[in-house]
Design a protein around this ligand. Structure first.
Ligand code: AMP
Length: 112
């Protein structure tokens, strides 16, 4: 099981922000901004580049989940950034697709 599967199965604790049948959102354990939430699909897709056309609806739901999370944490109006890391150069460390949602302060661009 991936680390995130264990969080979804409540085998590892996490600070949950929101949940729907197809995804779970929880606070990142090592936040890079005042708000740093991960949205993970309950279906295991290792990384974005391995999603298939079958996953199109799920991928859309993950992006719409960003609205739910940012509204709930009061950063929908102030702004936020959505990041998906893929592979070594992308900085991926957990092989279970996840959407980072960062906000609560102005974010620099370009990222490092
Ligand atoms: P990535 O580097 O894009 O694969 O992102 C993985 C993220 O998972 C990192 O931002 C980590 O801080 C975060 N993370 C690792 N372990 C946990 C955990 N137990 N609970 C919450 N977030 C975690």
């Amino acid at each position: 099981m991936t680390l995130f599967e264990k969080i979804i199965a409540r085998q590892i604790p996490a600070e949950i922000v929101a949940e729907e049948p197809e995804w779970l959102a929880f606070h990142d354990i090592n936040p890079q901004a005042p708000v740093h939430v991960l949205i993970v699909p309950k279906k295991v897709i290792p990384r974005l580049g391995e999603a298939t056309p079958e996953d199109a609806l799920l991928l859309g739901k993950l992006l719409l989940a960003v609205q739910t999370v940012t509204r709930k944490l009061s950063i929908l109006e102030t702004g936020f950034r959505v990041v998906i890391n893929h592979g070594h150069d992308g900085g991926e460390t957990v092989p279970h697709l996840h959407v980072h949602v960062l906000g609560g302060r102005p974010l620099a661009w370009p990222p490092g």
